[in-house]
Design a protein around this ligand. Structure first.
Ligand code: 13P
Ligand code: SF4
Length: 322
């Protein structure tokens, strides 16, 4: 768990915010931290959260896989998810007796919106007996209709762990195509895309290579296969962070959501970050103000239809066992 000490926060704030803003920010952060104590609450933050959240009030940070794993171990009454709705649902499924809050219910995801439970039922009819692997970036009801979940950090492992020649991987077409290149398992897929990563192009990567010949270009597996081919490294948000932490590049382009570079630059002033990126409008909905509101007003509580809870949880648990 990332401990929050005032001195550490002060040091990081110096790299995050200009002096005039620091006083009001400090007040907000202190109020949030006080409420966390009063309510026995923790804040889980995804790697795409802005530095003002990621480096100040977050207790646990990471990629979708790490957050799912950590969620299981949390000893708190209240969990605030600084991330998008499917992450809050995953947290609730793994912590059914705790109050799970998301500060903005509109923090969605284009992948989660690309598929419905009806689509999954149709796929089952069309391909009887073929297991359905669902990316965690889906609603709880889609997870409940699937056999097992995966994240970008464990997708290949999950595909191969099933021990079958053919699987269906929904809803991210590009993630499925990228994993298909790494395994002998045949992968059928869906037509969902991440609105942040689908916009990167191989031409953009080639141009960046010319403009910044010394820079390593890191991409996320939700990007089109041609982008992955052109880049130097592809991995989940945690794998990209590890690449930097291991000192594998002095100059880097994180061709992903903008907060990745912003957060890593606070920790690694020795690395030169070339800021070419796209913003995720859903991740950006979470702010320090609505986190404060969330703790003060107990909003918005994540409630999952009891009729699908067990099945959805099973899909996640199966993934965590792989
Ligand atoms: P990670 O699982 O790599 O953190 O990715 C989640 C996500 O939403 C990427 O767009
Ligand atoms: Fe969804 Fe893409 Fe935003 Fe991640 S970055 S939450 S996949 S829209």
């Amino acid at each position: 768990m990332q401990q929050v000490f005032p001195d550490q926060i002060k040091k990081k704030l110096g790299r995050i915010a200009a002096a005039p803003e620091r006083i009001s920010l400090t007040k907000k952060i202190q109020r949030i931290n006080q409420l966390k104590k009063e309510r026995n609450a923790v804040i889980l933050a995804h790697n795409y959260q802005i530095p003002k959240i990621f480096h100040t009030v977050a207790d646990i940070v990471g990629d979708s896989l790490a957050l799912a794993r950590e969620a299981e171990k949390i000893d708190a009454d209240v969990i605030v998810v600084a991330g998008v709705h499917f992450m809050a649902e995953t947290t609730k499924l793994l912590n059914p007796d705790k109050t799970v809050l998301i500060p903005d219910l509109k923090a969605g995801c284009s992948l989660a919106e690309s598929i419905t439970v009806k689509d999954v039922i149709e796929l089952r009819k069309k391909y009887p007996g073929i297991p359905i692997i669902t990316y965690v970036n889906t609603s709880a009801v889609v997870k409940a209709a699937s056999d097992i979940c995966c994240t970008s950090g464990n997708a290949k492992k999950v595909v191969e762990a099933l021990g079958v020649p053919k699987v269906i991987m929904i809803p991210d077409e590009y993630l499925a195509q990228n994993i298909a290149k790494q395994t002998n398992v045949e992968i059928l897929t869906w037509k969902g895309h991440c609105e942040v990563h689908e916009r990167f192009t191989p031409q953009e990567v080639e141009q960046l290579k010319k403009d910044y010949p010394e820079a390593s270009i890191l991409v996320h597996p939700e990007s089109p296969p041609a982008v992955i081919n052109a880049a130097d490294f592809s991995g989940s948000t945690a794998e990209m962070s590890d690449f930097i932490k291991q000192g594998r590049a002095d100059e880097v382009i994180l061709l992903t959501e903008c907060s990745m570079s912003d957060n890593l630059a606070v920790l690694h002033p020795e690395v030169k970050f070339i800021r070419v990126c796209n913003l995720c409008p859903h991740m950006q909905r979470i702010t320090l103000d609505n986190i404060l509101m969330s703790l003060e007003e107990n909003k918005y509580e994540v409630i999952i239809d009891p009729s699908i809870v067990n099945k959805a949880r099973l899909s996640i648990k199966r993934m965590l066992e792989v």
